[in-house]
Design a protein around this ligand. Structure first.
Ligand SMILES: Cc1cc2nc3c(=O)[nH]c(=O)nc-3n(C[C@H](O)[C@H](O)[C@H](O)COP(=O)(O)OP(=O)(O)OC[C@H]3O[C@@H](n4cnc5c(N)ncnc54)[C@H](O)[C@@H]3O)c2cc1C
Length: 327
């Protein structure tokens, strides 16, 4: 039996996280064929380069679902195309990248098939039930779980599985037109707006980085972090707990599986200092930690520390900076 992987494309070819999903899919397939699904509007073409890249990563057939709705992101329509294809292929598993889109599409597939979905897996073994290892609680715990039902539905945690090549020759390309109801096409991107927070200083190059973690408490908790970073001409960073909670994008994550930074000063607020986080900021010349816990591991690496609530300490630093600039 095959394994079906829902792949996401990017202008240059195939998204890196989809290649990581293919690597995990191969361990599930145990030599059985890997089939891929990509979607496109009829006016577009899936380049030979995509089929070649997928072939290099073990895909035997790329199934291209064509429909006008795929001119923009349309998660329920992608899910329906995958369900239709799965009825034909009867795969043992359907795998997606653990991106926001991948998780959303696989969740829709799970709802349509009335099956459980294991999100953010880093390892998987086929069987009945299938056994997966997945990240929980912002990466602070690894869970071993049995996933019942067929096909096994899972997404692959970003940047934790290596996208190794496994050449299988160029993937064959088969086109099909999925049958989509109006309801399948209701959820889709209809407009795009420029991100006016983009630009500024890049995290990797910033001389000052102000970061926060679970201690920020919410996406809104980052308002005071952004304000301080702005005053210091720095960039905003965060821990993986934050990106896993969807509070900030992965591009802001500092650490082993995020960006490696080497600023003159790293201000880490409400971050415990897990080894995976410290792996990304050990190049910092000076570390200032703000934490309510005097036993927090980050204090072992910090040059300076303020033991206190970041919601009080950070605005106080900003206020002092403003005052100093007025005099
Ligand atoms: C394979 C793998 C790779 C990983 N890669 C990364 C990575 O690249 N980057 C990364 O960051 N993590 C990574 N992790 C996750 C890492 O192990 C930790 O789980 C994560 O860094 C914890 O994030 P945190 O410090 O924000 O949250 P927590 O560990 O929950 O710590 C929150 C901290 O905030 C403090 N706090 C709470 N409230 C306040 C307040 N009001 N004011 C001040 N302080 C407060 C607490 O005392 C605590 O120290 C990875 C994990 C795995 C397994």
């Amino acid at each position: 039996m095959s394994v079906l992987v829902v792949v996401e494309r990017e202008p240059g070819g195939v998204d890196e996280l989809s290649l990581q999903a293919l690597a995990l899919a191969r361990t599930l397939a145990q030599g059985a064929s890997i089939e891929a699904l990509a979607v496109t509007p009829p006016s577009d073409t899936v380049s030979q380069g995509v089929a070649a890249t997928l072939g290099e990563h073990g895909v035997s057939t790329l199934h291209v679902a064509e429909h006008a709705v795929f001119g923009s992101y349309a998660p329920t329509a992608v899910a329906q195309a995958a369900v239709e294809l799965a009825e034909r292929l009867q795969p043992a598993a359907i795998v997606g990248a653990g991106t926001e889109r991948g998780n959303e599409v696989l969740a829709h597939i799970a709802a349509r098939l009335d099956l459980p979905l294991a999100a953010n897996c880093i390892a998987a073994a086929s069987g009945d039930p299938a056994r997966v290892t997945r990240l929980r609680w912002g990466g602070s715990l690894l869970e071993e779980a049995d996933v019942h039902g067929a096909p096994t539905l899972l997404t692959v945690a970003p940047h934790l599985v290596t996208a190794e090549r496994a050449p299988a020759g160029e993937a064959a390309v088969e086109h099909f037109a999925p049958t989509l109801s109006e309801a399948d096409q209701l959820v889709r991107v209809t407009d795009r707006a420029e991100d006016d927070t983009a630009g500024g200083v890049s995290l990797a190059d910033a001389k000052v980085v102000v970061s926060s973690g679970r201690g920020a408490g919410s996406p809104e908790g980052f308002g005071i972090i952004e304000e301080l970073a702005d005053l210091l001409g720095g960039a905003v960073g965060c821990s993986r707990a934050v990106t896993m909670a969807g509070w900030r994008p992965h591009t802001d994550q500092v650490g082993q599986t995020g960006t490696k930074i080497a600023p003159d000063i790293y201000i880490a607020c409400g971050i415990s200092g897990a080894t995976q986080h410290m792996a990304g900021c050990k190049g910092a010349k000076t570390i200032l930690a703000v934490n309510t816990d005097p036993q927090a591991p980050i204090l072992a690496s910090a040059d300076y520390a303020v033991i206190g609530d970041l919601h009080e300490v950070v605005p106080a630093i900003s206020a002092e900076l403003r005052k100093a600039r007025q005099t």
